[in-house]
Ligand binder design. Structure first.
Ligand SMILES: [Zn+2]
Length: 145
């Protein structure tokens, strides 16, 4: 019987659900309830945007500040540099734009796509990068910035 035929009956449908769930890592259920609150603090100075608590944001995400800076530069098309604890972005970036960029970063490089957990790390293997989840153990490829 094909999956299409199987899914039409209640029994078959339940069997498929069973198979899907047993394929998930056991600890994935109910994991990932930690929340990270990101409150960027920004200043606009002449034609630059300065994120004054950039190091703190990176620490909260447990990521290298230069990785996040690279992402912001690439996605916004604006060059930036790290100076001490601050990120200096060329051009004006609104708080809303910055928040959106950080959200995108979290979605792609921090949040586990399987369990939604935020306790993850990026590991390099040969030329590839993977997001490894410390909660459910999932390992998913991520792009190299
Ligand atoms: Zn996970």
């Amino acid at each position: 019987m094909s999956w299409e035929e199987l899914i039409r009956t209640k029994e078959g449908y339940l069997r498929i659900l069973d198979e899907v769930f047993s394929a998930l890592p056991r600890s994935a259920k109910g994991a990932g309830d930690r929340v990270i609150v990101l409150n960027p603090e920004i200043l606009h100075e002449s034609r630059r945007t300065i994120v004054t608590n950039f190091k703190d944001l990176a620490d909260k995400l447990n990521r290298d500040p230069s990785h996040i800076a690279k992402f912001i530069a690439r996605e916004s098309g604006r060059p930036s540099s790290i100076e001490g604890e601050r990120l200096i972005i060329q051009g004006r970036l609104s708080m809303e734009e910055l928040r959106k960029l950080l959200e995108l970063y979290v979605r792609e490089f921090v949040k586990c796509p399987i369990c939604g957990g935020l306790d993850t790390k990026i590991v390099s293997e040969r030329r590839l990068r993977f997001l490894v989840c410390e909660i459910c153990g999932a390992k998913n490829p991520v792009r190299k910035l």
